[in-house]
Write a protein that binds this ligand. Structure first.
Ligand code: NAD
Length: 358
């Protein structure tokens, strides 16, 4: 075994931020396995794609022969598993792909990781880690005054996406408990930042505002999310990977609870300053019928990872949203490349009947 890591889903939003951060801060090589669904974009990784410590492999996590071959050839010290179908609205329209990738794909990786790990010498077995990247959505929804989700909160997933991630978390737990595979699970709150596909709330609002389109907010806009700047999430994963205790789960949150409407207004305020128009961008806000089963509030208690591993988020919501808006303003070509393609068809299918998104 060497010190390289095998990453899945490294061409997606969080995965590509992680790959860039890893190669900037760590010396170990990284192999990125990604099937390049609509959400995978190699343009995110153009700056490092020719580097000697980086290797891209185009393939599906369900292809067990391929995954086994990658373990054999690269002898990695860890697997960091991001690959997933990740958009709640898409899971409502078509849940099957979520079960295939999030549940069966995770099972396939666990089986191949187990086979590889079992054949390692004991000292390497001690070092190997399987880190599973999951979400706070597995815990369901909170009332206004409920305490934040902790690692012991009972699972209560409400959307097909959340259910598929919950199922994958349970598989990871069982592979540790039953086979002693040294797993780690992180459950993180909503991320935002560079390279996020413009179907999610924050990039969609920036995109629509710049195009002079309405800013469609679901329901009454009072749904609360605990926002996390993506670079903080990536640093938390690196911290858990090197210091986390096998078999444990760690909640990762930004301590930045915000109502959706507040988030959209913050984006408008930054845009008013950086790209002033005749009227405030906030005039474009409209309310559209709510998403079915829309969870009211998520909040993460990340005191365990802070206390036990010494990780803390570094970027406040105000700073992060400013950086994010500035990044999208500077990378309009990146957005244009996406919005000119299948994304437009997807928007048409998804929003034709309801007129909005969030
Ligand atoms: N985005 C968030 O706010 C958030 C918050 C907490 C946890 N997470 C979790 O983090 C992970 C990454 O999320 P994201 O927002 O970057 O997702 P994303 O949708 O932007 O990226 C997913 C990546 O996985 C790849 N992929 C999908 N199916 C695959 C398959 N079968 N085989 C190989 N590759 C495949 C895609 O091509 C894409 O590059 C997911 O597991 C998600 O559940 C996301």
């Amino acid at each position: 075994m060497n010190d390289s890591i095998l990453v899945t889903g490294g061409a997606g939003f969080i995965g590509s931020n992680f790959v860039l951060q890893w190669l900037a801060h760590e010396s170990a090589p990284l192999i990125n396995l990604d099937s390049l669904t609509y959400a995978g974009n190699l343009a995110n990784l153009a700056s490092i794609s020719e580097g000697p410590r980086y290797r891209f492999v185009h393939g599906d996590i369900n292809d067990r022969a391929l995954v086994a071959g990658l373990f054999r050839r690269h002898q990695p010290a860890a697997m960091v598993h991001f690959a997933a179908e990740s958009h709640v609205d898409r899971s409502i329209l078509g849940p099957e792909e979520f079960i295939r990738t999030n549940v069966h794909g995770t099972f396939s990786l666990l089986e191949e990781a187990k086979a590889y790990w079992k054949a390692l010498p004991e000292c390497d077995q001690q070092r190997f880690r399987f880190l599973h990247v999951s979400t706070d959505e597995v815990y369901g929804s909170l009332g206004e005054h409920d305490p934040a989700f902790s690692e012991t909160t009972a699972y209560a997933p409400n959307s097909p996406y959340a259910a598929s991630k919950a199922a994958s978390d349970h598989l990871v737990r069982a592979w540790h408990h039953t086979y002693e595979l040294p797993t780690l699970t992180t459950n993180c709150s909503n991320n935002y930042g560079p390279f996020q596909f413009p179907e999610k709330l924050i990039p969609l609002m920036i995109h629509n505002a710049l195009a002079g389109k309405t800013l469609p907010v679901y329901g009454d806009g009072q749904n609360v999310r605990d926002w996390m700047y993506v670079e903080d999430h990536c640093s938390a994963i690196r911290c858990v990977l090197s210091n986390g205790r096998p078999g444990e789960t760690y909640n990762i949150g930004g301590r930045s609870e915000r109502r959706n409407l507040e988030v959209v207004r913050s984006i408008c305020a930054v845009l008013d300053e950086l790209r002033p128009a005749a009227h405030s961008y906030a005039d474009l806000i409209t309310f559209v019928p709510d998403r079915p089963g829309h969870d009211r509030r998520y909040a993460i208690d990340s005191s365990r990872v802070e206390r036990e591993l010494g990780w803390h988020p570094q970027v406040s919501f105000e700073d992060g949203i400013r950086r994010t808006v500035a990044w999208y303003l500077d990378h309009q070509d990146w957005v244009a490349a996406i919005t000119s393609g299948s994304y437009r068809d997807w928007i048409a299918t998804q929003y034709a009947n309801r007129g909005g998104a969030a």
